[in-house]
Ligand binder design. Structure first.
Ligand code: AKG
Length: 434
């Protein structure tokens, strides 16, 4: 199966994704956005989409923000090393969440600006629609939604979140069950991206959940495993290991380090990244004039459709080869944006804070979906590609996964195949020739 899975990684790049993230000089029409990016699950960076936002001029000035939000209480995430919602070795191996304090904005901003890795790092963020709740006093400095995206998705964003941090905060690899329009207002954000087809390269393991608590009097962090123990599925891969760890990390995670390089893009102030749902992303940042980076992101509902079912299926296949030959060592590749990122992130990864969901169970409650219950047909396991390829709306990624599935012949596959067929039937309108 290793061969089929590695073919999948190659084919999605050859047939659809290419080697670089597309850049658009102006916002696309809703139709173009839907046709060329959303339906193809393909990221892009868009310039000149938010040039009219007053925030672009105003928010680089800390005094403006501190004045406008002087009486507002916001969520400040604190960690000793900028690694929140990330796998840490501080105390065995666990999945550590930040200590979260509710504090007045001016105090919170100072905590972010005075971050010091190894002691205390502050990241202002909360993925619960915080921009429209905690930051409502500056909401008019941005648009409430990205209008062409709203039109393409056919709905308004479910959550709008704000992120204020420094280069001490890094967000570890994860994926979200949302379509994401990520707008940078000040400074730069650096994204490493991998498509959902590359799930096995992230070495997702179950880690016991742990929480930092910060004690102001002693200025000490404690990290404690939750009781009763709860496990969180999370990626084990740090794409920028410290020089001392690099050799051992490369040996432990060959599918990541020796496989096709992740897509890299830097999103500058004034630019917007479209990050399709289920794409794995790792995020670091470079501060702008105010000494911090600010971004606002819009989370739109994703479609829990046939693609979602395929990706869940793919994830359920076990593949952990330790013997991938270095077909392409991305760290040595000469891609300009990648080298740029590596220069900037040549530090051990810290992490900002994330909600998230390898488990398929988002921390934020998703609206209940009204799945169409179509009776499950008695199928003789026809090649899935035959069954579905006539549906022109399914695109390249789908047909690659279908190709992979047609290749599977290991014992036990039939069950997986059957459950995929069932899930597809339940989660989309495709009707299996009924
Ligand atoms: O900006 C960050 O640190 C993380 C952003 C992110 O993960 C997201 O928008 O889903």
């Amino acid at each position: 199966m290793a061969k089929e899975i590695q073919n999948l990684w190659r084919e999605v790049r050859e047939l659809s994704l290419g080697t670089k993230i597309d850049r658009l000089d102006s916002p696309p029409s809703p139709l173009k956005f839907l046709r060329d990016y959303v339906s193809q699950s393909k990221p892009c960076v868009i310039s000149n989409a938010i040039s009219h936002w007053p925030a672009l001029k105003l928010w680089s000035d800390p005094a403006y923000l501190a004045g406008a939000l002087s009486d507002d209480v916001v969520s400040l995430h604190l960690t000793p090393n900028g690694c929140a919602d990330a796998v840490t070795e501080d105390r065995d191996l666990c999945f550590a969440s930040a200590h979260v304090e509710k504090v007045l904005f001016p105090e919170a901003l100072k905590a972010v600006q005075s971050s010091c890795k190894g002691q205390k790092v502050g990241y202002l963020q909360q993925q619960n629609d915080c921009f429209r709740t905690e930051y409502s006093m500056v909401a008019l400095d941005c648009d409430g939604e990205i209008d062409w995206a709203t039109e393409a998705f056919g709905c308004s964003p479910e959550a709008v979140n704000l992120w204020i941090g420094t280069d001490d905060s890094v967000t570890s690899f994860h994926k979200d069950h949302y379509e994401n329009l990520y707008a940078v207002v000040s400074g730069e954000k650096h994204f490493l991206l991998l498509p959902p087809t590359d799930v096995h390269r992230l070495y997702i393991e179950q880690y016991p959940a742990a929480n930092y608590s910060y004690h102001r009097d002693t200025e000490v962090f404690k990290l404690e495993i939750e009781e009763p123990v709860r496990h969180v599925p999370w990626s084990s891969v740090d794409p920028y290991p410290s020089p001392e760890k690099e050799a051992s990390e490369r040996l432990k995670y060959p599918l990541f380090f020796n496989g096709p390089k992740p897509f890299h893009c830097t999103v500058k102030a004034g630019e917007v990244l479209y990050l399709p749902s289920m794409w794995f992303h790792h995020v670091s940042q470079t501060p702008g004039d105010g000494g911090y980076t600010i971004a606002v992101n819009y989370w739109y509902d994703m479609q829990f459709d046939i693609k979602y079912a395929y990706f869940n299926f793919l994830q359920s296949l076990s593949y952990k080869s330790s013997t991938l030959n270095p077909v392409l060592s991305w760290r040595e590749d000469k891609d300009s944006e990648s080298s740029d990122a590596e220069r900037k992130s040549d530090k051990n990864s810290g992490t900002g804070s994330m909600v998230n969901f390898f488990s398929g169970v988002p921390n934020r409650t998703l609206k209940p979906r009204s799945f169409k219950q179509i009776p499950f047909p008695k199928t003789q396991n026809p090649p899935l590609s035959n069954v579905i390829s006539s549906e022109s709306k399914y695109m390249l990624l789908d047909s690659d996964i279908l190709g992979l599935m047609d290749c599977l012949s290991s014992p036990g596959t039939e069950d997986l195949y059957t459950s995929l067929a069932q899930e597809s039937t339940e989660t989309c309108d495709c009707c299996w020739g009924l």
